[in-house]
Design a protein around this ligand. Sequence first.
Ligand code: ADP
Ligand code: MG
Length: 320
Amino acid sequence: MATEFQLIARHFARPGRPLRNAALGVGDDCALFAPAPGMQLAVSTDMLVEGRHFLSTVAPERLGHKALAVNLSDLAACGAEPLACTLALALPRGDEAFVAALAQGLFALADAHGIELIGGDTTAGPLNLCITVFGQVPAGQALLRSGARPGDDLWVSGTLGDARLALEVFRGRVALAGADFESVRRAMELPQPRVALGRALRGLASSAIDLSDGLVGDLGHVLARSGVAAQVDLHRLPRSVVLAAQPAALQQECLLAGGDDYELLFTAPPALHDAVLAAGRGCGVAVTHCGRIAAGSGLTVLDADGRALPAAWQGFDHFA
Ligand code: ADP
Ligand code: MG
């Protein structure tokens, strides 16, 4: 068992590595850094609680990855460039092997995005990871939830629903094995934040949000903030071959109310259709036109024949 200070020094301080984005990192009372001239700081915090946001079966490397990934996804949704993060960590005990693996997963993703861990807090308690990310975006150019306009196209990146499908396997409701299970499990445990896509959408997308709580709930936030309505074409929502092989009702549930997708949902004027496709191609992420924004309020999901589904679809609410 290691003490708090040993854990920090051995696993989080990374001495000898030059800081690229910060003037002062781990080890003092505060970290110091500034965005580049003309840039605004973009800041977001997300907490992961055992049993609520992850299962105790998850490997610690994957937990470290996911804790940072869900935060980077928020920067992506704003079109921000990630700079740095802090980590507040509560651990039941000073388990070195666990912390080493957690740090490895976190730093692999941090290094892939060129960001540094500049501080945090470590304490005993029920397993809980709270990361704050700092990014920068040219002043006034952040993508917001409030910019969707009637007539805009609705787009989504990647595929939806695999993370929810994996959760249903863990819950024993769905049987999947072998490579199919591994692929949906990766979607749940190793989400890839769409940082490059978010930046490429600056100046194209009229609004954006990342999908953490399910399409219906998250799109609902965009509609409320923008004061508009939307139609989603269920048959156009992109899904993996594994999900596409499931019964229609389960597909629908995973696609519309899945959660944990960490894809970007965004709107753009139809005149920018080809530019949006090119932005997706430029960063190697599929983008799919899946609906449209209209005047009014509320969300309508249409089936392949253009008929509205019953309005019983709700986003995931942590206090429901
Ligand atoms: P203080 O008591 O002044 O808040 P701490 O003793 O908690 O400082 O932390 C010492 C240093 O280690 C600080 O720079 C803090 O930011 C950093 N730190 C603590 N825990 C972590 C962590 N989990 N990840 C990264 N840095 C951490
Ligand atoms: Mg402290």
